[in-house]
Design a protein around this ligand. Structure first.
Ligand SMILES: NC(=O)c1ccc[n+]([C@@H]2O[C@H](COP(=O)([O-])OP(=O)(O)OC[C@H]3O[C@@H](n4cnc5c(N)ncnc54)[C@H](OP(=O)(O)O)[C@@H]3O)[C@@H](O)[C@H]2O)c1
Length: 280
């Protein structure tokens, strides 16, 4: 029996994406499998992973151990830029499915832009992977407004989301507006600013006014704008806290006070993150 109500979904271009998912970056081994299984038993219905995280096997383990029906869980994975040339992309997608022990994922994303490979070729391969039934939906991650517009022009299949860094300390209003204009879901990664949200006085004060934590106020601020959140925790006891964000609402003035925390240079996951990784 699930302990939490299923999260509401965002519907775009035929995709129904639960507003709450579990992030899994840096979750490894037994901890990863256990947290994924517990999250699903608790009622989470959306899991976010990536080739890069080297945990797809454990995500798959948790998924299967939870005994939640496949059709009830929305699974996202991402292809790393070193695999963006067409033959590699398809091979990488197939390998993701083998590790996850799934016949298809719900959403397959390009993890970061790769300026060394023409976007038209990569999108052609991504669309083929979708048409071949390996992914129900496709999208991008870490794409700027300009790249997003280019990708939309080039893609023969609908792109359903851009997943990017999004939390109260970072002003992403331009990217958010571009997604909305193009009927794409906004998936917020690092929605807790990698844990920093818990220490912020404004979030603490607003959370306390609703008998909630700063973390919950932070996530509520995003989901109240129909922004999908994928907070990550390695601690089973925090899963319920992060999910209890649909039973209260922030007032307009509270939303404004949280929005005022944002700045253009509030990025925490640096673009250099991609540069530090091996692309070749
Ligand atoms: N597409 C991309 O390029 C990209 C980049 C970054 C992230 N992501 C995705 O987005 C997910 C989330 O982002 P993230 O992992 O960077 O950071 P995050 O979810 O913003 O924050 C995770 C941190 O917050 C702490 N935390 C979680 N719940 C908490 C709570 N209730 N109270 C206090 N602290 C709490 C966690 O610590 P504990 O583990 O100790 O709870 C962890 O240190 C990732 O896991 C990944 O799936 C995607």
């Amino acid at each position: 029996m699930s302990e939490i109500e299923p999260a509401p979904v965002v519907e775009v271009k035929g995709a129904k994406i639960p507003l709450l998912g579990l992030g899994t970056w840096e979750l490894r081994g037994r901890v990863c499998a256990r947290v994924v299984e517990q999250a699903l038993r608790l009622g989470y219905r959306h899991i976010d992973t990536a080739e890069l995280y080297e945990n797809e096997r454990e995500v798959g383990e948790g998924l299967h151990a939870s005994a939640v029906k496949r059709g009830d869980v929305f699974v996202t994975t991402k292809i790393w830029p070193s695999h963006f040339a067409p033959p590699e992309l398809e091979r990488a997608a197939r390998e993701c499915l083998v590790r996850l022990r799934l016949s298809e994922v719900d959403l397959l994303l390009l993890h970061w832009p790769n300026p060394r490979i023409p976007l038209s070729e990569t999108l052609g391969a991504l669309c083929k992977v979708k048409r071949d039934g390996l992914a129900r939906h496709i999208g991008v991650s870490n794409f700027t407004v300009a790249l997003l517009e280019e990708a939309l022009q080039l893609s023969s299949e609908p792109l359903v989301c851009d997943q990017f860094e999004c939390h109260p300390f970072l002003d992403q209003s331009k990217l958010i507006a571009a997604c909305r204009k193009n009927d794409m879901a906004i998936v917020a990664y690092s929605p807790l600013a990698r844990g920093e949200a818990r220490n912020n006085d404004v979030l603490k004060r607003i959370g306390a006014a609703h008998q909630k934590t700063a973390t919950q106020a932070c996530l509520r601020f995003l989901v109240q704008q129909d922004i999908v959140v994928i907070p990550r925790t390695s601690k089973v006891e925090r899963l319920s806290e992060n999910a209890a964000i649909f039973d209260f609402a922030l007032s307009d003035s509270e939303m404004d006070a949280i929005a005022a925390l944002g700045s253009r240079d509030g990025r925490i996951v640096d673009w250099a993150y991609s540069g530090r990784m091996k692309w070749d």
